[in-house]
Design a protein around this ligand. Structure first.
Ligand code: FAD
Length: 435
């Protein structure tokens, strides 16, 4: 069928945004998604009859592309902003860690360490020439900047939350960007960070995209897995899928890089290069609670007897309970395939999560838990060692007509919805210009 057809592989935010932008420009688009639901890492599951994201998502005030899209889809009145409190659980105690005053009172770190920590955060807010850090590790850069004690107490648990045993191999620009992005969410030094969410969560954005794509003539097929790319010639010719062969003259692969490698011919030099990028898996426990556990949105945990390094009390940002729901708490675990947790059943993660919460908040009892569930994704987070910038693939693949969308292309930024919306719109523009 059709010579000018564009196939998009993957129905996460990237694939859907590319499909929306291309159908808006009058292109013939077919989007293929392996799962039965759209959304990828931002997908939702029903809880008490309402969609709840399988992973927590919040918006920072610098998330320009997301805010533009929200506006263009007529969803601006659904965007809400609230202060997001942070705490640290360390030395068996919960310390507030939101304002500069909280930092000054943070006794687990010496006064000199606290001052160095604050000055470093201020420098990161202003700094933009991150390239000079590219060959430094975050660990070394942070120890040099804030001292070993502040690193061990504050930064190390945060890196461990995301990278598990790879926490000491992460590049300095990655952590710089994270500090920089969050600091942009503070209107002034003395005010807490403000974070945003959409009423109804990411589901609100994803369903609006889906509806508009279909109204603009695009085709979305869920439950269809792409097995391989037909790129034997100079140019992409189509894709082989679980529901047969689809001819196309443009293909946008909006899937994690290891998934793309599997679609390429086994002897592909391009595939070999892409496979240098390693990922950790994510398993995230979701608890629906009768009561709130803390007043914080984000709690970092630094305790040897607790199996996780942080949790997110999502209802303290998005007041889900005010809409008639429960208190929602997420506990993420990141690990790679060599880790024994890769084999853990869901129940083991849930038990570890509940045990850990009991140590943090002794009042917490099993009766508070209305529902405990778990979601997993094999490619939860790319590991970004020093020099990672050289490994990041371009939006245009070496095969003519093939484009790639993956969170690593946001580097040094961490994966985020807004960044992927921006990249997807750029790819749609390129594909339109080159067709
Ligand atoms: C725990 C967690 C918390 C997060 N928190 C935030 C946050 O607070 N704020 C924020 O902005 N971002 C956050 N993110 C990041 C955000 O979710 C991602 O950046 C974004 O969802 C990535 O979208 P994507 O479309 O690029 O990829 P994905 O969401 O990975 O989508 C890829 C899609 O491709 C499909 N697919 C894969 N292979 C095939 C195949 N062969 N055939 C057909 N389909 C295929 C998959 O099923 C999937 O639906 C978080 C992520 C995680 C894991």
């Amino acid at each position: 069928m059709s010579g000018n057809r564009i196939i998009i592989i993957g129905g996460g935010i990237s694939g859907l945004t590319a499909a929306w932008e291309l159908t808006r420009r009058g292109r013939e688009v077919v989007l293929l998604e392996r799962r039965d639901v759209l959304g990828g890492l931002a997908r939702s599951v029903p809880l008490s009859g309402k969609p709840l994201e399988v992973y927590y998502h919040f918006i920072c005030s610098g998330d320009r592309h997301l805010m533009e899209l929200v506006k263009e889809l007529g969803l601006a009145e659904k965007l809400r902003w609230r202060p997001g409190r942070t705490s640290y659980f360390v030395n068996g105690q919960l310390y507030p860690f939101t304002t500069p005053l909280d930092l000054l009172r943070f006794s687990p770190v010496s006064l000199t360490g606290r001052l160095r920590f604050g000055l470093h955060a201020l420098r990161c807010r202003r700094m933009t020439d991150w390239q000079r850090l590219e060959h430094l590790s975050a660990e070394q850069w942070l120890i040099d900047s804030v001292g070993r004690q502040a690193y061990e107490v504050v930064w190390r648990p945060l890196l461990e939350v995301k990278f598990g045993r790879h926490h000491d191999k992460i590049s300095a620009p990655w952590i710089w960007h994270r500090i920089h992005r969050y600091s942009q969410s503070r209107s002034s030094l003395l005010r807490p960070e403000r974070f945003g969410y959409l009423e109804g969560g990411s589901h609100t954005l994803l369903t609006a995209l889906q509806r508009t794509i279909t109204a603009q003539g695009g085709v979305i097929r869920t439950g269809v897995e792409v097995f391989s790319l037909d790129c034997s010639g100079q140019r992409i010719a189509g894709v082989e899928t679980s529901s047969g062969y689809y001819e196309a003259d443009t293909v946008i692969a909006a899937v994690p890089l290891p998934e793309l490698v599997r679609l390429l011919p086994a002897d592909s030099e391009y595939g070999r290069r892409l496979s240098r990028v390693q990922f950790t898996s994510v398993a995230c426990v979701r608890l629906a609670l009768r009561r709130s556990l803390t007043d914080s949105f984000w709690v970092n945990v630094n305790a040897a007897n607790v199996a996780f390094n942080g949790f997110i009390e999502y209802s303290n940002l998005n007041p889900w309970r005010e809409y008639g729901g429960s208190d929602i708490l997420y506990i993420p675990f990141y690990f790679d395939s060599s880790d024994e947790r890769d084999e853990w059943p869901d129940s083991r993660f849930i038990e570890s999560a509940i045990q850990g919460l009991r140590l943090i908040q002794p009042e917490f009892v099993q009766e508070w838990v209305e529902e405990a569930t778990l979601s997993r994704d094999r490619y939860g987070q790319a590991i970004c060692p020093p020099g990672f910038g050289e490994r990041v693939p371009a939006l245009r693949a070496p095969t003519e007509g093939l484009y790639v969308l993956d969170s690593t292309q946001l580097y040094p930024a961490d994966r985020n919805l807004s960044g992927m919306i921006g990249l997807a719109r750029s790819v749609a523009q390129m594909a339109t210009d080159e067709q």
